[in-house]
Design a protein around this ligand. Structure first.
Ligand SMILES: Nc1nc2c(c(=O)[nH]1)N[C@H]1C(S)=C(S)[C@@H](COP(=O)(O)O)O[C@H]1N2
Ligand SMILES: [Mo]
Length: 517
């Protein structure tokens, strides 16, 4: 009697299949509404938007650019556990399982109608998901309850201890297959980037009237294992809060400029493309980049100087913040003084010779040398409000990060890889250093507790790009620690004391250990 029967698992399976069917219904129902109306993604996005700073930092530190995948997998496990429990509870204490599904549907409704630009129709997919979940759960459990009790030795067996009915297996299997099919079709239709990709393939970008200066010889050291000077668009780090990449075409794109301006202006793609274009290499960095981290990249950007775009509207005296908003409602506050001081702040349409990749902000994004991405680099940008730091807050400043985010001076060791062994003799250490909009003056290397020794610097391309360096180390036997530090053109060395990225960027020195044999 005590041997485990498949029957014990049946209510859990019923819960899982029912919730899966509900989610699949939610996906397909979101197709005519909006990708943001999908219950799964609406709740996921709200989790991202409301997770505390420490959790976000932990996720980026632990999973890096795979943080979104980690969130999806984590949510999947949590939903599966709750779904199974709903089946169990509905069987034991009806209608508790149905009630929990209804609560989750309500959470979906709330999350969806609070997405940027949402209307009441965003509630419908979650409502449908809840109804389908409850109905399927009840129908499946009814297949179990309908079994007539079997009599063994004259006793009625416990209802829960009967062999699984064929009807239950067929029903659960059938619904599961249908749910997977519908879910996959719904997801494909929601994540449809086809029209954006077609738009991207069709457009022609103008030649810059002010092209990027050529790369002088000696800028790239071309050492294996070291950072290339130019980061390819496919290798460029991606950080954003968008669980589904926004799909905007150049036909749909508008930039509305309003707030403390002399006149409101709305730019179309053709308006923007008619303006003279500038092309520059700029090294973009994320504030979450920890010491030695790789959330940084250097690309060739093509765009219109942001100052020229501001001039179309005319910034009123006293305004000090450009509050930019992306099509998916992310906001960013940039000091107007950093846009108008002559640096190459671009409203960019091109990256490394092509249009922006969709994940990097197609069709239009901002790039401002010297500022971390969270205060400057709005992707899929559609709205500019001219305002004041005293009046407005942006996405990450609302979550504990500093309102101002100048990039901190930093350097990194790229090769040899951490913890590797090397024969005694010459070991070439190399890396990169950056002090955007100030410039790197010097890089120094320290072996164990020895003196700081100068590294050999690659040719500087510009103060807005990172600079490569190398150091020929005469390594003797033993375990060694190699540390690097940069000094900027203002004569300031890197801050040695470690500080984690929050709230305004990491400090501390990159330090790698090697074994020499
Ligand atoms: N719309 C939008 N733009 C955004 C973000 C975002 O979450 N949403 N993240 C910013 C941050 S924190 C960084 S570091 C840069 C990263 O740009 P990339 O993904 O092209 O490297 O984009 C910025 N622009
Ligand atoms: Mo960032």
């Amino acid at each position: 009697m005590s041997d485990p029967r498949a029957h014990d698992a049946a209510p859990w399976v019923a819960g899982l299949v029912a919730v899966g069917a509900g989610l699949a219904a939610g996906e397909i129902a979101a197709v005519p509404v909006s990708p943001d109306a999908s219950p799964y993604f609406a709740v996921g996005s709200s989790v991202v938007d409301h997770s505390p700073q420490a959790v976000r930092e932990w996720a980026i530190q632990t999973f890096g650019i795979a943080d979104k995948v980690a969130l999806f997998v984590g949510m999947g496990f949590i939903i599966a556990a709750i779904a199974g429990a709903c089946g169990y509870l509905e069987r034991r204490r009806p209608p508790l399982g149905s009630a929990i599904i209804a609560v989750f549907a309500a959470v979906g409704v709330l999350a969806a109608v609070n997405r940027p630009g949402a209307s009441w129709t965003y509630a419908l997919p979650s409502i449908l998901a809840g109804v389908v979940g409850v109905v399927v759960l009840r129908l499946l459990l009814a297949q179990l309850a309908d079994e007539p009790p079997r009599f063994v030795d004259g006793d009625a067996e416990d209802v829960d201890r009967q062999p699984l009915s064929r009807r239950f297996v067929l029903a659960a299997g059938g619904v599961a297959v249908a749910a997977v099919a519908i879910g996959v079709i719904g997801r494909r239709m929601l994540a449809d980037t086809a029209s954006t990709l077609a738009d991207r393939a069709r457009i022609l970008l103008p030649k810059p009237v002010d092209p990027a200066p050529p790369i002088p010889p000696g800028t790239a050291l071309n050492l294996s294992g070291a950072t290339p000077f130019i980061t390819g668009s496919d290798d460029f780090y991606r950080i954003d809060t968008a669980l589904q990449v926004p799909t905007l075409t150049t036909v749909e794109w508008r930039l509305r400029i309003h707030g403390e301006v002399d006149r409101e202006v709305t730019l179309t793609w053709d308006d923007l493309l008619a303006m003279p274009m500038t092309e520059r290499f700029v090294t973009l960095a994320c504030v979450s980049n920890d010491v030695g981290g790789d959330l940084i990249g250097n690309a060739r950007w093509l765009g219109v100087p942001m100052q020229k775009v501001l001039d179309l509207a005319g910034v009123r005296p006293g305004a000090d913040m450009l509050l930019s908003t992306s099509v998916d409602g992310w906001t960013c506050g940039t000091p107007i003084s950093d846009i108008t001081d002559g640096r190459d702040a671009l409203l960019a349409v091109g990256m490394n010779g092509g249009p922006l990749p969709i994940e990097h902000g197609y069709p239009v994004r901002q790039v401002v040398p010297g500022l971390y991405g969270y205060v400057s680099a709005t992707k899929w940008v559609v709205d500019w409000e001219i305002t004041r730091f005293a009046e407005a807050r942006a996405y990450w400043t609302d979550r504990g990060w500093s309102a101002l985010g100048p990039i901190k001076l930093a350097s990194r060791i790229d090769r040899p890889a951490r913890g590797t062994s090397h024969p005694a003799g010459e070991v070439v250490i190399a890396g990169a250093a950056w002090a955007q909009h100030v410039g790197v003056e010097r890089v120094e290397v320290r072996i164990d507790d020895g003196p700081w020794q100068p590294a050999e610097l690659a040719t500087e391309y510009s103060v807005d790009t990172w600079r490569q360096w190398k150091f020929n180390w005469k390594a003797d036997k033993g375990d060694h620690t190699v540390t690097c530090r940069a000094i900027d053109k203002r004569g300031r060395p890197q801050v040695e004391r470690y500080q984690s990225p929050a709230p305004d960027g990491a400090t501390g020195l990159d330090e790698l250990r090697y074994t020499v044999t």
